[in-house]
Design a protein around this ligand. Structure first.
Ligand SMILES: [Zn+2]
Length: 140
């Protein structure tokens, strides 16, 4: 089992076993199965939307039960682009609110009612906008 420290679990990432045609896609838990693979040591090439490509070297697959792997990737370049909370139309604009992803609780829903945050939904690829300008109606 692989779980990279300081990383984010990524659903929908493509896993390819280097040097073979064997591949898989991660599920919502970031897990994936590699079927029909001979025991051995492999490099895994991982790619996901918003995270670029990464190679995880020397993965030891010893038996079928070891072929369930949990994948995490470090945050990609998209995270860097979202650090600014200044409205791109006018950086002095005061109508910028954060966009929150995932299932909101009661406290969050109150904030949504008051217009203090905006809900972005549950599907997260890593490249979603983090801020919303209420005045100019843009996400960034
Ligand atoms: Zn604005």
């Amino acid at each position: 089992m692989i779980f990279k420290k300081d990383s984010t679990v990524i659903p929908g990432a493509i896993i390819l076993v280097s040097g073979t045609k064997i591949g898989a896609q991660t599920n919502v838990e970031g897990e994936y199965f590699l079927n029909n693979i001979n025991p051995g040591t492999y490099d895994l090439v991982v790619s996901a939307i918003g995270y670029g490509k990464d190679t995880i070297p020397n993965i030891n697959v010893s038996s079928y039960s070891d072929s369930l792997l949990v994948l995490g990737l470090p945050p990609g370049p998209c995270y860097d682009q979202q650090s600014s909370k200044f409205c791109p139309v006018n950086e002095k604009c005061k109508s910028v609110i954060p966009i929150v992803y995932g299932l909101p609780d009661k406290r969050l829903l109150k904030k949504v009612e008051k217009g203090k945050i905006r809900l972005g939904g549950c599907e997260v690829t890593g490249c979603e906008p983090h801020w919303y300008c209420d005045e100019h109606e843009i996400e960034f």
